[in-house]
Design a protein. Structure first.
Length: 194
């Protein structure tokens, strides 16, 4: 059985303007699926629809056999981690604080445990930014910010990853690093949609 199933998904932002039309595919554990297409064709919209950001009028999205409409938001955070195409910070949080935000579902709003800090520090090490922990997120380059958001997603320890153009803004060395991380996650059984 596929762990992520998209069936006959159609979506449009305004009436009469469908961006996605009858999209159907499935992902198994350890599988990497790349969604390809020109700018503006609906790749980001598809990923956001798969995460439940939009109410679907046609089609279904299922995780582990459960319809996304029946999955509570807190439970969704255990299932799927999201790396947006672009993230612009508004507050001068430290890099470590931004990565810890990926542990919000574990911390329950009552602070972070030693386990949360360990997961955040491990994630920063995986993307090569362990020395950036105390830096301000706002003072990083675009590529460095993207790596921090990827670290936040890794710290979340969700079952599946949905990444919207994750290599955008990364130099070649960091693109290779990220693709190596993705390959390793897939080898561990994580389904990844790019």
């Amino acid at each position: 059985m596929a762990v992520i199933e998209v069936s006959s998904l159609s979506f449009g932002y305004s009436k009469g303007c469908e961006i996605l039309k009858s999209v159907t595919f499935a992902a198994d554990k350890g599988e990497i699926i790349n969604i390809l297409g020109p700018n503006g064709c609906g790749k980001s919209t598809l990923i956001k629809a798969m995460l439940g950001f939009f109410r679907l009028k046609k089609g279904t999205v299922k995780y582990n056999g459960a319809d996304i409409n029946a999955i509570k938001r807190r439970d969704m955070a255990k299932l799927a981690s999201y790396v947006p195409q672009l993230h612009i910070g508004a507050f001068s949080y430290s890099v470590l604080d931004v990565v810890l935000m990926g542990r919000g579902r574990a911390g329950g709003g009552l602070g972070y445990s030693k386990k949360d800090y360990a997961a955040a520090e491990e994630a920063l090490a995986k993307v090569g930014l362990e020395s950036f922990a105390e830096r301000s997120y706002l003072h990083l380059s675009g590529g460095e910010r993207q790596l921090v958001i990827i670290a936040r997603s890794l710290a979340q320890k969700a079952e599946y990853f949905l990444m919207d153009e994750p290599v955008a803004g990364l130099d070649y060395g960091n693109q290779y690093l990220l693709l190596s991380i993705i390959k390793r996650l897939a080898a561990e059984g994580t389904a990844i949609i790019l």
